[in-house]
Write a protein of this length. Structure first.
Length: 405
């Protein structure tokens, strides 16, 4: 990694999460002689969402057929498994079941099956309660979907490997460099940052939870604004980790872009339960009580937040209950793993903050969203499954960069 940014470069990528690093690597692969520089504010890579995820390689079940998420998740997962094999990263197809526990969930389960099949999810099939018991002996439901291609990986390790590829191809990564603003001129973009200024031929903003602020400095519409949602986790005590073999998910609420609290065995054999989804006081609220006044004020003053809250206040209260009460958290997961007891779990230090883009009208932006100001490409919404999709998403972002250069 480099310690100071250059005064000029051909392409500047802002953000050293998995999306920024995969994009920088893709640009360098396509254009080996082009000077590509990544500027990252933190001292290391994958310091935010990419290093605080559930670590699930999604297979592409949930997403509306034809959406970017549907296309890029299926293609991204395939490429991610191949990449991990090539680079010796432990990526396991541990499999996943989505469990319906009540008849009212069956139409939604059928819709998920339809979507998954339309999206080309490998091996996806409907299973009955007996098959569910064979695959996940401690899960109970009246019907389920089984996705054998879902897996787990450490996305921090993947980001590190992608950065190593990028640097060995001649790319530069500068950490500890906070970008404040950018301004597009006729043939370049001026990027001001904590070291001064870099003049780039074009720029790509992959700033995750801070994507909206940078876009606004470049003259973009504030709509959609990012509102942070904190996800906390519990962990099964080591003696009870046998309750889960792969991943057990509920049938999600179709109105929300979150997948519901799930139980997932990570590559190290720990089983995490979660995440919750609670409106957070900061874009980096890894601790429950962390509040950054500017972040909180902007979330609450954004018209979309108030409209969203009016529609989802019941869900908000339930999430608050899960966040503060382990009993309530466990009760939710017990719906699909009835043996689970309060004594089986402990709090996990692992927590993540989702960058949820909310439109002015209060709708939660679901699909990946990429927009342009002058010679700058902004990734405005890259929520889950962007980590899974990163290798394929990078191709789409690189196409946009080529179109503005
Ligand atoms: C709780 C949780 C669970 C998830 N689970 C999964 C999962 O199981 N599977 C999956 O596929 N996805 C999952 N996701 C989603 C996934 O983590 C994200 O979609 C993905 O990591 C987004 O990557 P990113 O590079 O866009 O953002 P980030 O990883 O957030 O990176 C953005 C980077 O930009 C930098 N930055 C921001 N502003 C500036 C600035 N002004 N100057 C310089 N640098 C800046 C930040 O420091 C950060 O490093 C989960 C997310 C969360 C929060």
């Amino acid at each position: 990694m480099t310690t100071a940014p250059p005064s000029s470069c051909d392409i500047c990528v802002v953000g050293g999460g998995i999306v920024g690093i995969a994009t920088a690597r893709e640009l360098k692969r396509r254009h080996p002689h082009v000077d590509v520089v990544v500027l990252e504010r933190e001292d290391g890579l994958a310091a935010h969402q990419s290093g605080h995820s559930s670590g699930v390689i999604h297979a592409g079940i949930y997403y509306a057929p034809g959406s970017l998420k549907a296309r890029l998740c299926v293609a991204g997962a395939r490429r991610l498994y191949a990449y991990c094999e090539e680079r010796g990263i432990d990526a396991r197809r541990t499999g996943k079941v989505i469990v319906a526990t009540h008849e009212t969930e069956l139409p939604r389960l059928a819709e998920l099956e339809r979507r998954g099949l339309a999206n080309g999810v490998p091996g996806l099939r409907r299973i009955d309660p007996d098959e569910l018991r064979e695959i996940e002996p401690h899960a109970r439901g009246i019907a389920a979907l089984h996705s054998p291609a879902t897996g787990v990986v450490d996305f921090r390790a993947v980001t590190g490997a992608l950065a190593a590829d990028f640097e060995s191809a001649g790319g530069r990564v500068v950490t500890g460099c906070a970008v404040d603003a950018l301004a597009s001129g006729a043939g370049s973009v001026a990027i001001s940052h904590s070291f001064g200024r870099t003049e780039a031929g074009s720029a790509v903003l992959c700033a995750g939870p801070w994507a909206d602020r940078l876009a606004v400095t470049a003259g973009a519409d504030p709509d959609p604004w990012i509102v942070p949602f904190r996800g906390s986790y519990l962990r099964l005590r080591p003696g009870r980790a046998g309750l889960v073999r792969g991943s057990i998910y509920p049938v999600p609420d179709p109105d929300l872009p979150f997948l519901g609290m799930h139980l997932t065995r990570d590559p190290h054999g720990n089983v995490l339960l979660g995440p919750t989804a609670l409106l957070a006081g900061a874009r980096d609220a890894y601790r429950l009580r962390r509040v950054v006044p500017r972040d909180l004020a902007e979330s609450l003053l954004w018209p979309g937040t108030r409209r969203m809250m009016r529609g989802f206040w019941r869900t908000g209260l339930a999430e608050l209950r899960h966040a503060v009460s382990m009993r309530s958290f466990v009760a939710e997961c017990r719906r699909y793993v009835p043996e689970l007891r309060r004594e089986d779990v402990e709090r996990s230090a692992h927590a993540g903050v989702r960058a949820q883009a909310i439109a002015r009208d209060g709708s939660l932006v679901d699909d990946f969203s990429i927009s342009v100001t002058g010679r700058a490409v902004h990734v405005r919404n890259a929520p889950s499954p962007a980590a899974t999709s990163a290798l394929a998403l990078a191709g789409v972002i690189a196409d946009r960069v080529e179109s503005v250069s």
